[in-house]
Ligand binder design. Structure first.
Ligand SMILES: [Zn+2]
Length: 266
C-alpha cells in the first residue's frame, strides 16, 4: 500500500452524496509539497464517493496513463501556449476517449488568457463542444476580467472560471459578475472560502452554471464538499452543483456516466 494512502482522513465528514469533481490534480507538486499518485487517486475517488473526477498535470502523457488505468478518472489537457507543439498535442489528446476538455493556468505559465496563440485551441474546443477550465483569481493574468476577454471573443466557447475568483472577495464578486453577463461562463467552487458565495452564484448566474471542484490534493475534498452542502442551497440545487452540472458540461447530459454523442458539431 502506498504511503500516500494514509493521508486520507478516517472519515469524510460528509453525508453520502454522489460527486463529480471538476478540478483534481495528479502527480507531484514540490512547490506545494503535495502529491497524488495513482493508488491514492483510486482510493480517494472511492473514499469520497466521487463518481467522476477531471484530472490534470502539466505532463499530459502522464495524465493519459492515469486516466487509462483509473476508472472514474477523466483527463483535461494541460495547454500552455509557451510550450512548443502544445496545440498539436492538445488536438491529439482531445480525440482520446478519456479527455474531455482543457485546463489552462495563465498564472503559472505566464500568458494572457486571450493570447492569440490560444485561439485555435478554443476553436477546436467549440467544434467538439468541450469546455476549458481556466485558473481564476490572481493578478496579473488570471483575474476574471482578463478571462472574460476570451469568453467575449468566443461566445460559443464554454469557459469555466476555476476557483471562481479564489480567496479575494473582489475577485469572487468579479467572477460572479462575469458569469452573470456571459452565458458561456461557468463557475467552479474549489479553494473559494465563502460558502455563501456559492448560493449567491447560483442565484445570480442560474442553477446550471456552478460546478463543484475540490482542487485535490491542494484542498481536502470533505471540506470542499461541506462548503456546498452548507451554502444555503436546497438539496436539489446542492445535487446540481455537486454532480449534475458537471455531468452535463463534461459528458453532455446531466445523468450521463460517460460522454454522450454530442450534436452535429463533433
Ligand atoms: Zn488546481
Amino acid at each position: 500500500m502506498s504511503d500516500l494512502l494514509s493521508s486520507l482522513p478516517p472519515t469524510t465528514g460528509i453525508d453520502p452524496a454522489v460527486i463529480v469533481d471538476s478540478h483534481m490534480h495528479v502527480g507531484e507538486f514540490p512547490l506545494f509539497d503535495v502529491r497524488m499518485d495513482r493508488p491514492t487517486l483510486t482510493a480517494t475517488l472511492a473514499h469520497y464517493g466521487i463518481a467522476a473526477g477531471m484530472v490534470f498535470h502539466p505532463d499530459n502523457q502522464y495524465v493519459r496513463e492515469v486516466v487509462e488505468t483509473v476508472e472514474g478518472a477523466w483527463g483535461l489537457v494541460w495547454a500552455n501556449p509557451h510550450k512548443e507543439g502544445f496545440l498539436e498535442e492538445a488536438l491529439e489528446l482531445l480525440e482520446h476517449p478519456k479527455f474531455l476538455g482543457v485546463k489552462m493556468h495563465p498564472l503559472l505559465d505566464a500568458y494572457h488568457p486571450n493570447d492569440p496563440r490560444v485561439h485555435p485551441l478554443v476553436e477546436a474546443l467549440i467544434k467538439r463542444d468541450m469546455p476549458a477550465l481556466i485558473h481564476c483569481g490572481h493578478p496579473i493574468f488570471t483575474l476574471p476580467w482578463s478571462i472574460e476577454e476570451l469568453a467575449v471573443r468566443f461566445p460559443e466557447a464554454k469557459i469555466i472560471l476555476g476557483h471562481m475568483g479564489h480567496g479575494n472577495v473582489i475577485y469572487i464578486n468579479g467572477s460572479i459578475d462575469v458569469a452573470e453577463r456571459n452565458p458561456n461562463v461557468y463557475l467552479e467552487t474549489s479553494g473559494m472560502p465563502m460558502h455563501t458565495k456559492i448560493a449567491e452564484a447560483v442565484r445570480r448566474v442560474g442553477a446550471d452554471r456552478v460546478l463543484f471542484g475540490s482542487d485535490a490534493p491542494f484542498h481536502e475534498i470533505g471540506v470542499e464538499v461541506r462548503k456546498v452542502q452548507v451554502s444555503g442551497l436546497s438539496t436539489e440545487l446542492v445535487g446540481r452543483v455537486l454532480e449534475k452540472n458537471a455531468r452535463k458540461l463534461f459528458f453532455g447530459a446531466e445523468d450521463a456516466t460517460g460522454p454522450v454523442a454530442r450534436a452535429s458539431k463533433r
